[in-house]
Design a protein around this ligand. Structure first.
Ligand code: TYM
Length: 331
């Protein structure tokens, strides 16, 4: 049976990239299949997190899920640390995955940079814990942004090696679901880099909690080229910043980039950018306001996450037990 799993790290605030590349698409899959959406706090601590801020950020991602339309009656919403089976299966997968596979992970190379000797061992093993998140539920579909594709492919490799080594047909081959116009939202100041919560300047990203003025200012100052909007998408091939703004508009308005081009063909940025800002505010403000309301009652968020964890554990526990049995661990 099809089952969806995905997650977001509570490290800093949520960005428009997280919304369009993940949360909005999570909502779209709800009701179509069984869906589990996790706040991956164990992944967040692979780089230093202040404990007070981590608790806050964990609840805030949950608030973002709820405010955007994830419904605890239709989806299992929980945080990773409440289901200890994630860490346990993660360990088993550390013993299945090969060091050479980890060395090929581009996200690790980007994050570690020249500092690879000083990053945590957890950051290195990060993709193996991510494989555990997914396979602990035998999830078949994982909606993610483009940047997570390699990690989902590694999950497939881990499943295949486990099945092969233990001569079983136990873990499924998960499909990464990477669709729509916004699976790689780019940085507003440099269209060759992705928008991320950790980028150095706040001007390069839209945060889900930004107010209307800030959103308008950031789009107004977003880098573009002097040419007007073209008539065809093809003409945007070497114009990454222009392409990015059109893709964002398309994703926010549930249109195709082609339709956006048709609507704005020949328009200047002076017309397009305010329209984009209005659209973004129109879509984000209600979510942001609802997040603020939800964050006023952290006990209610904790209640939802605890209940979700109980339901997640009911699926995870038998799968972990069977895994341990296959491996030969006495429990
Ligand atoms: P994280 O927290 O970095 O990002 C959460 C989700 O948002 C997507 N995303 C983007 N999509 C489009 N454009 C962007 N600029 C952009 N920035 C972020 C990410 O692709 C992701 O889907 N390793 C994961 C979390 C994770 C996970 C999992 C995901 C842990 N276990 C199991 C799926 C399944 C991560 O760091 O995402």
């Amino acid at each position: 049976t099809p089952r969806v799993f995905s997650g977001i790290k509570p490290s800093g605030g949520l960005t428009l990239g997280n919304y369009l590349g993940a949360i909005k698409r999570f909502v779209g899959m709800q009701g179509q299949m069984e869906t589990l959406y996790c706040v991956v706090d164990l992944h967040a601590i692979t780089v230093w997190q202040d404990p007070v801020e981590l608790r806050h950020a964990t609840r805030e991602v949950a608030a973002g899920y709820l405010a955007a339309g994830l419904d605890p009656a239709q989806s299992i919403l929980f945080n990773q640390a409440r289901v200890s089976q994630h860490a346990e299966l993660g360990w088993i997968f550390n013993c299945v995955a090969r060091v050479g596979w980890m060395n090929r992970m581009t996200q690790f190379k980007d994050k570690a940079g020249a500092n690879a000797e000083q990053v945590s061992l957890g950051l290195y093993a990060y993709p193996s814990l991510m494989a555990a998140d997914i396979l602990l539920y035998h999830a078949t579909h994982v909606p993610v942004g483009e940047d997570q594709k390699q990690h989902v492919e590694l999950t497939r490799d881990i499943a295949a090696k486990f099945n092969h080594d233990y001569k079983v047909d136990f873990f499924p081959q998960t499909i990464p679901v990477i669709d729509g116009p916004a699976t790689r939202v780019m940085n507003l100041r440099d269209g060759t880099k992705k928008m991320s919560k950790s980028g150095e300047s706040d001007m390069e990203r839209i945060n889900m909690r930004d107010d209307a003025d800030t959103i308008a200012k950031k789009f107004k100052k977003a880098k573009t080229d002097p040419a007007a909007l073209p008539d065809t998408l093809d003409e945007l091939r070497d114009r990454p910043e222009a392409r990015n703004l059109i893709d964002i508009y398309a994703a926010l308005s549930d249109a195709t980039p082609e339709a956006v081009i048709t609507e704005f063909a020949g328009a200047g940025w002076g017309r397009f950018k305010p329209a984009l800002a209005d659209l973004a505010v129109d879509r984000l403000a209600p979510i942001s306001n609802e997040m603020t309301r939800l964050m006023d009652d952290p006990a209610e968020i904790d209640r939802i996450l605890t209940d979700g964890a109980d339901r997640a554990r009911a699926i995870a526990a038998p799968i972990l037990s069977r895994t341990a049995e296959i491996v030969g661990l006495l429990r």
